[in-house]
Design a binder for this molecule. Structure first.
Ligand SMILES: [Zn+2]
Length: 88
């Protein structure tokens, strides 16, 4: 079992629940369709998903993001944190 980041091909730990997840480096380059940088996080210690524009801190009401022009989906990781996967 092995997993490589679908964007930069770095070798990662396989996560069967997230077969297309991207590495942390690529996740930091997530932007909106307009190219505005995004930041993702959890609402609180118990989880939850929040997304904001990195430049203004405004809420971003979507899970859709793009990394290097590749459409992706960001979501809450089941064990906390955020996971971003490329769309199939
Ligand atoms: Zn990567």
């Amino acid at each position: 079992m092995s997993h490589v980041c679908p964007i930069c091909a770095v070798v990662l730990e396989p996560m069967p629940r997230y077969p297309r997840y991207v590495c942390e480096n690529c996740a930091t380059r997530a932007v909106t369709a307009e190219g505005r940088p995004l930041v993702f996080g959890n609402e609180g210690l118990s989880g939850g998903f929040i997304a904001q524009y990195a430049d203004t801190g405004e809420p971003y009401d979507s899970h859709a993001c793009w990394i290097d022009g590749i459409p992706c989906h960001a979501d809450e990781h089941r064990f906390g944190g955020i996971v971003i996967e490329v769309l199939a």
